[in-house]
Design a protein around this ligand. Structure first.
Ligand SMILES: Cc1cc2nc3c(=O)[nH]c(=O)nc-3n(C[C@H](O)[C@H](O)[C@H](O)COP(=O)(O)OP(=O)(O)OC[C@H]3O[C@@H](n4cnc5c(N)ncnc54)[C@H](O)[C@@H]3O)c2cc1C
Length: 294
């Protein structure tokens, strides 16, 4: 049960951090509240960030995208700029989260800051080289999303506020696809694999393979990426892709729980990585005029 003494509403990111730092006692930020109401924390006050101007999705003329931390999953799933970015990888990830009422209030910031290994937006954002913008009272810093998670339910934030996520125009052109395994539509994922890669003149350029639910934090399978990066498409036979899948499986560190065994999760990382890579490599540009693999 919540035993709140105060509900604070911030009008800006800086004010939110100041309200958080002010005390007395312990505070937590609240955005959609969908995670917080499932697992109410022990705290004296909350800082509501829904009026802090953090709900915008802004595209630059160059094709970069900035997504405010308080943007809802429904907005991510339906926004035309996000739909077109890298074949809609992030929109699809958002559309698979929970149900419609949850998506209407749950936010991208809450999904990342809750820092569950199974957070559904994390693999898609890692595959797109997302950069986090983090505010303190009088300063702001940016860091790659892959450095944001420090453990299950732990991040680098330490009282600071996630302001938003930036995606570069470069990532928008990647062939991007993801697959997730679940026991039921509303259960958390057992295994998530997201792949984003570029192909230039028949050769693979940058490759990102991101995994969720199979390690203490969402992660990239960098050794598997290195197997594919720089290779000619014609050299990437099914056996080579299967090898990349096995390497990704060896890089993760899944747990046994009531949903699935570690062994099963690891095997599925290999299978899904191979399949998603094969689909991304076989993608035909005329399938998607906007530039990405749907
Ligand atoms: C029925 C149901 C189904 C769900 N299904 C899924 C699913 O399929 N996939 C999935 O990934 N998740 C799922 N979730 C979990 C949840 O809805 C998402 O993680 C959601 O995106 C959390 O966002 P929120 O705004 O509600 O977070 P909140 O509950 O408001 O906050 C979550 C945590 O993040 C912190 N926080 C929030 N915003 C910030 C910020 N900007 N800066 C710093 N800290 C911040 C809060 O203090 C809190 O600790 C489900 C939840 C429910 C109730």
């Amino acid at each position: 049960m919540w035993d709140l003494k105060e509900y604070r509403i911030a009008g800006s990111a800086g004010e939110a951090v100041a309200m958080m730092r002010r005390g007395p006692g312990k505070g937590v930020y609240i955005a959609g509240g969908t995670d917080l109401f499932l697992f109410p924390p022990t705290c004296d006050y909350v800082v509501d960030i829904n009026h802090a101007g953090l709900s915008d999705i802004v595209g630059s003329p160059d094709g970069d995208l900035f997504i405010g931390a308080a943007t809802t999953l429904h907005d991510l799933a339906t926004n035309p700029l996000v739909n077109r970015f890298a074949g809609g990888l992030l929109s699809e990830a958002a559309a698979h989260c929970g149900n419609r009422p949850v998506r209407s209030t749950a936010t991208i910031g809450g999904n990342l800051c809750n820092a569950l290994p199974s957070a559904d937006l994390a693999p898609a954002l890692l595959a797109l080289d997302a950069v986090c913008y983090i505010a303190d009272e009088d300063s702001q810093e940016s860091l790659p999303l892959e450095d944001f998670f420090t453990g299950p339910r732990k991040t680098v934030l330490d009282g600071r506020l996630l302001v938003g996520i930036a995606l570069s125009a470069e990532a928008a052109k990647r062939r991007a696809l993801a697959r997730r395994l679940t026991r039921s539509a509303e259960d958390i994922a057992l295994v998530q694999v997201a792949v984003a890669l570029e192909v230039i003149d028949g050769r693979v350029g940058a490759v990102r393979i991101a995994l969720g639910s199979v390690a203490p934090v969402p992660m990239r399978a960098m050794l598997a990426e290195a197997q594919i990066e720089g290779e000619l498409l014609s050299d990437l036979t099914p056996d080579r892709l299967a090898d990349a899948g096995l390497i990704a499986a060896s890089e993760c560190d899944p747990i046994d729980d009531h949903r699935a065994s570690a062994e099963y999760r690891r095997e599925m990382v290999g299978v899904l990585t191979r399949r998603v890579l094969a689909s991304a490599l076989a993608w035909n540009p005329s399938d998607d005029k906007e530039g990405g693999a749907a």
